[in-house]
Design a protein around this ligand. Structure first.
Ligand code: PEP
Length: 249
């Protein structure tokens, strides 16, 4: 067991209205209780439900993260939201560089600028990275992850490690039901940590695994020495399943 405090975050993607988000958080609060938890817990609603989620989570252990942020403070960026807008909803942080965003065109340079903008705006960050199946099969995983991690951390200062986590999410495991084995996930997370250690204190950095995590697979994954929690997609939509994953951390 590492000394890093685990983080379990639920990425709701394009699911849940404000009303549904409130109901989910209320159920989650009931399931998790008011006592101290040995883990940090976060949910990532769509932008339209950030404020409702933050209100519903107020006074609880549950932190609220956006799913994406734009690097600019304001201006002609239709459909985007700034770090200040996210903070004003009462949210605590944001995901950056999720593979679904990268597949829609988000570049390494944008990811780096967005990480900087989020930290400058007082938000915490979960920076996502991960390889495709083709890259894994071609033996390019380590090089690819190193490139994404170095690029994402390009403008991060060493003393910002406490507000940053990196989620290793192999694209072939996201939403496929094909969870990485604990050995594969451990090896990749250890690699991510060692690359990040070129910029900040690797021993203090939280590295999460994401990709088809369920209550059945979470415990073994999160007990690996370099895995400090999980970024959960599909299973986080169901409060019972998400609470079970939190309890397994
Ligand atoms: C994700 O999209 O971050 C994710 C891990 O999704 P899932 O758990 O559904 O694979």
């Amino acid at each position: 067991m590492s000394e890093r405090r685990p983080l379990v975050a639920g990425n709701w993607k394009m699911n849940k209205t404000g009303v549904e988000a409130r109901e989910t958080v209320a159920r989650l609060r009931a399931l998790l209780g008011d006592g101290e938890l040995p883990v940090d817990v976060a949910v990532c609603p769509p932008a339209t439900a950030l404020e409702a989620t933050a209100r519903a989570a107020s006074g609880s252990h549950i932190r609220v993260y956006a799913q994406a942020v734009h690097e600019k403070a304001s201006g002609a960026h239709t459909g985007e939201i700034s770090a200040a807008m996210i903070a004003a909803t009462g949210a605590d942080g944001t995901l950056i560089g999720h593979s679904e965003r990268r597949a829609a065109g988000e570049t390494d340079d944008q990811v780096a600028a967005r990480v900087r903008a989020a930290l400058d705006g007082g938000l915490s960050v979960i920076l996502c990275c991960g390889e495709s199946l083709e890259q894994r099969e071609a033996g390019e995983t380590e090089e690819w992850l190193a490139g994404q991690v170095r690029a994402g951390l390009a403008d991060v200062a060493a003393d910002e490690v406490g507000r940053l986590a990196i989620a290793y999410e192999p694209i072939w495991a996201i939403g496929t039901g094909r969870t990485a084995t604990p050995e594969i996930a451990q090896e990749a997370c250890a690699h991510v940590r060692s690359v990040a250690a070129g910029t900040l204190d690797g021993a203090a950095l939280r590295v999460l695994y994401g990709g088809s995590v369920t209550p059945d697979t979470a415990g073994e994954l999160m007990s690996q020495p370099d895995i400090d929690g999980a970024l959960v997609g599909g299973a986080s939509l169901d409060p019972e399943a998400f609470a079970a994953i939190v309890r397994g951390a």
